[in-house]
Design a protein around this ligand. Structure first.
Ligand SMILES: [Zn+2]
Length: 254
């Protein structure tokens, strides 16, 4: 039996048998793993309040023959304040779902783990535009899972480019003026430059960014396509955002 100690966040929780829970963790050392927490459903369990979605802590895990069992949890931040705010619970759940669909089991990804934790603290701070946080996290997720967007060279002919007004989701990058791709999406230079900024700058630098509604829409539709085509399945959370967007535009029309 092996013992591991690692920082981790609870992505998803499910009841298991009469008294136990299964939690899916995004951990620093072991990547995405599922673990059994014995007795977590009973009220007197010391783990009951630490096995909620979003809980971030130091976890001591035993690896048995076929699964991990949680032995100790030292809480760092429960992030349960997300539950008091519609935006933070919706986006917090979305970020967890992205990790679930983007990573293989037990595939360590420490850089992405750090970005994920920073994203949670930015969301908790409530000081930044939540959509800007989400778009930045999506760009980082693509970058650190092998789907980095190419901002420096034409995605078709590899010529150096400063900027671009046409984007190929098939080739993950901007296209130069000489290349034509009928499936490419037109985009403004501002949208291209913000995407590049999200890709290259640390998460904590995005507080300086204020995106217009139009640029947000452009960036959103490109990242939506990239996220849906890159990972194991389309995130279900996107349906909620699309529904809310429709509600919003209906409201504006009235
Ligand atoms: Zn080209």
């Amino acid at each position: 039996m092996s013992i591991f100690k690692t920082r981790a966040v609870v992505l998803k929780v499910q009841d298991f048998k009469e008294n136990d829970k299964i939690i899916w963790l995004f951990s620093e050392k072991l990547g995405k793993i599922s673990c059994i927490v014995r007795g977590a459903k009973t009220k007197r369990s010391k783990f009951a309040s630490f096995t909620q979605q979003f809980c971030y802590g130091e976890y001591v895990l035993f690896k048995g023959k076929s699964f991990y069992t949680v032995n100790e949890i030292e809480l760092i931040d429960s992030f349960q304040s997300f539950l008091n705010n519609f935006d933070s619970i919706t986006y917090g759940s979305y970020f967890c779902e992205l990790i679930i669909i983007a990573l293989q089991e037990q595939e360590s990804n420490r850089i992405l783990f750090e970005e994920f934790i920073k994203t949670f603290y930015l969301l908790k701070s409530d000081a930044l535009d939540v959509e800007t946080i989400a778009r930045t996290f999506e760009v980082k997720l693509l970058k650190y899972t092998g789907f980095e967007i190419n901002f420096n060279r034409c995605a078709i002919c590899n010529t150096k480019i400063e900027s671009s007004n046409s984007f190929s989701t098939q080739f993950y990058g901007g296209i130069c003026n000489n290349c034509k791709d009928i499936s490419a999406i037109p985009l403004s230079k501002a949208a291209f430059n913000y995407l590049r900024f999200f890709n290259n700058m640390p998460m904590e630098n995005i507080h300086r960014i204020k995106l217009s509604y139009e640029v947000k829409e452009e960036i959103n539709s490109i990242l939506n396509l990239l996220i849906c085509q890159s990972f194991s399945r389309r995130p279900k959370s996107l349906d909620i955002f699309n529904y809310l967007n429709k509600e919003h535009s209906c409201y504006e029309v009235k």
